[in-house]
Design a protein around this ligand. Structure first.
Ligand SMILES: Cc1ncc(COP(=O)(O)O)c(C=O)c1O
Length: 391
């Protein structure tokens, strides 16, 4: 008997790379492929205490259903966090989501009709491409350089089509590690207002800056109500909580709540309450400082190892924070093929092509440095450089 799947599934391509990368979970492989935070830094003891206190103090209520928007106490804490990032908002403006990944799915649901156009950076986050593909979006990749997405190109590309939103990762972008300059944030916002464009500003990495000055989010400029801001506790506490948030203008927020209700009713009550208690009782700022320092050291180790071992045909980004850097090799290099050979030497990365919704990037690769020690980074880069040099 045949099984008939929805048409949208044909737009969702299986990633051959994901299959190849399954082997990177083996302990003998040095993996720069995943996007995992460093597990040895998770605040396990503090979280154990916070979870115990939640159960001791409020017992069964911590295990009951909750409201779709999220636990009021956590929403208030998120509003305070937004203030430190430069965005004034109240708890009512916040929706707690099951990771930022759910927010991307909900955004797809409320904005994308089959065939509708969305604008993205080029390259952009792989799982966002997959999420928006599910709604049969038509992608218009926007040229992107060292300062991030080019606002003039956004202006041009949003002129004629049925553009539903622009998706942008302003800080230490996944995959390139690039940061959108303050001047470009302002220009982008002006384009959004002029064109009536919604911007989805996805900011999971903003607090992981280890060099330079914090740049306020585009959302900080948003008097006209054009920006949906997303963030998450995945990188500042732990991804296993699957807890993130969206701050959106009221009409968009209302639609997101309806979509979320249908998706999962609400994000885990116990996870939200444990997170809130952890943030209330323990020093998360000091924890983030520790994470930043460690990632800064790991980035420096990777940058130094690349400098001393990669040949002159290679260049790479020098991110001021986050978890990734982006290597561009000589024209004609095929990093998908390189990955197959790298795995024989027990080192892995993600080939660039997967991050380009419109094709390209075959000579690029994304390297993650947050989940390896400095020593492992040096060894992995040395294996990779030998391969690139044909040794
Ligand atoms: C740009 C970007 N957006 C969203 C996510 C998803 O994060 P979460 O763990 O909050 O679902 C990630 C995770 O790596 C990411 O890199």
């Amino acid at each position: 008997m045949g099984v008939v799947f929805a048409k949208r599934m044909s737009a969702m391509k299986p990633s051959s790379i994901r299959e190849i990368l399954k082997v990177t979970e083996r302990p003998d492989i040095i993996s720069f492929a995943g996007g995992l935070p460093a597990p040895e830094l998770f605040p396990v003891g503090d979280i154990a205490l916070a979870a115990g206190r939640v159960l001791a103090d409020i017992g069964p209520r911590a295990l009951q259903y909750g409201t779709t928007e999220g636990m009021p106490a956590l929403r208030s804490r998120i509003a305070l966090e937004m203030e430190t990032r430069g965005v004034g908002c109240s708890a009512d403006d916040v929706i707690v989501t099951t990771g930022s990944q759910q927010a991307l799915d909900l955004i797809g649901k409320i904005f994308i009709d089959p065939g509708a156009t969305i604008l993205t950076e080029n390259p952009t986050y792989l799982a966002a491409i997959q999420s928006f593909q599910c709604f049969q979006a038509r992608f218009r990749p926007v040229p992107t350089d060292d300062e991030g997405i080019v606002p003039e190109a956004v202006d041009e590309l949003s002129r004629d089509a049925d553009v539903r939103f622009l998706y942008v990762i302003p800080n230490f972008q996944n995959p390139t590690g690039r940061t959108l300059s303050a001047a470009r944030r302002k220009s982008l916002y002006e384009v959004a207002v002029r064109r009536g464009l919604v911007i989805v500003e996805d900011d999971p990495y903003g607090r992981l800056r280890y060099r330079g000055e914090h740049i306020p989010p585009i959302k900080a400029l948003d008097e006209a109500g054009r920006i949906v801001y997303l963030s998450t506790f995945s990188k500042t506490v732990a991804p296993g909580f699957r807890t993130g948030w969206a701050v959106a203008p009221a009409p968009i927020r209302d639609k997101l709540v309806i979509a979320k209700q249908a998706a999962d009713l609400h994000t885990s009550s116990f996870d939200q309450l444990t997170l809130e208690r952890y943030l209330r009782d323990f020093d998360n700022a000091a924890h983030v400082e520790k994470v930043r320092a460690a990632y800064g050291e790991r980035y420096a180790a990777m940058d130094a190892a690349l400098s001393s071992s990669l040949g002159s045909g290679f260049s790479w980004t020098r991110p001021e924070g986050g978890m990734f850097l982006w290597v561009t090799g000589p024209e004609g290099l095929d990093t998908t093929d390189l990955l197959r050979r790298a795995l024989e030497r027990k080192v892995a990365f993600v080939p660039g092509a997967d991050f380009f919704p419109g094709g390209g990037g075959e000579n690029c690769m994304r390297l993650n440095f947050s989940n390896s020690s400095c020593e492992t980074i040096r060894e992995g880069v040395s294996r990779l450089a030998d391969l690139c040099a044909g040794r």
